[in-house]
Design a protein around this ligand. Sequence first.
Ligand SMILES: *Cc1c(COP(=O)(O)O)cnc(C)c1O
Length: 381
Amino acid sequence: MNIPGTDGFETYPLMNNYGYPELELIRGEGLSVYDDSGREYLDFTAGIAVCNLGHAHAGVTEAVVRQAGTLIHTSNLFRSSLREDLARRLLKLSELDKVFFCNSGTEANEAALKLARRHAWSQGEQTRTKLLSLPNSFHGRTYGALSVTDKPAYHEGFTPLLPDCVCPQSVEAVLDAIDQETAACVVEVIQGEGGVRPVDADLLQAIEQRLHDVGALLIVDEIQTGVGRTGTFFAYEQAGLHPDIVTMAKGLANGIPIGAVLATATVAEAFSPGSHGTTFGGNLLAMAAATVVIDTVSQPEFLKRVREVGEYFGQQLTTVAKDVSGCGLMWGMTVENAGEYVRQARDKGVLLTAAGGQRVRFVPPLIVSERDIDTVLARLF
Ligand SMILES: *Cc1c(COP(=O)(O)O)cnc(C)c1O
């Protein structure tokens, strides 16, 4: 596909799956990013809910520089007290028992789906292979994660997908589909890519109950909602869930690639030496960055601020925008044309992302203040 009127596209060396972005950002600090002409933008994308502590965060920078000058990578053939300490911190926050580190969200979900199937298999239940997901879900782009993603456009040209993945078209139908063949159901507490749509907590709890009744697992995808984004460390805490498996990525290392799968001891046992692996997963650079992120975000005072500022944001946005939904510092609103809205916001010095054709998403760094929110809303409305 050529983009009419876009100079330079013919010689652009990158594949076309992101089109031809116009803006180059060369520097950031806190909430601000700057283009090559020195123009400032307030970044309410945070690298798609990644840079939770803001850009060029001193603590993260210091930890990454120190680690890069010490040892970047050794592989999982060797122990790392940094990795083990980080795992213990995550387990304490989640009340789960074991961690597997990888490099991205889709990889975390891929590992979670494999773990769920292998758990059933290791219990002698070879026919328990069904993987369920919710309508409007997004879980990533690798074949497993894509197969539990309810977005026909993302499937186009890639079928056949993974067998035994079922995505019923209502949450009630998900309940009906949970049976003795079900290995797991994967859910988001707030559907991020799906337009910042919270899923009803009662329905999520009913799904959990039904899964546990039939001996199947609940996987909560906290890739976007985790690491304080919704005002608690995990969003599932607010929904009153007790997942068997939790996946994390995005905000976990403030921009250094990372993913993590957390599981109960019984479920984690399904992975034995050699059954799953990764070269880069758990690499020391990501571990060093994530340690700073976790130590900062898990502070009760920090999370309380996210809830306060988030509530203010939601209130203010509701007074000016349509169909506002979200929680903490994750909000969405409905507009006529999300792509066009995002372009116009950029020209006003605000970076936003679309989450569907008519939904605009606000996921600023968690260090955002009420004043920053006032500034952004004044520029937009
Ligand atoms: C972004 C996202 C993913 C995929 O993560 P990647 O790091 O892009 O592979 C999966 N699930 C949810 C809920 C996400 O927001």
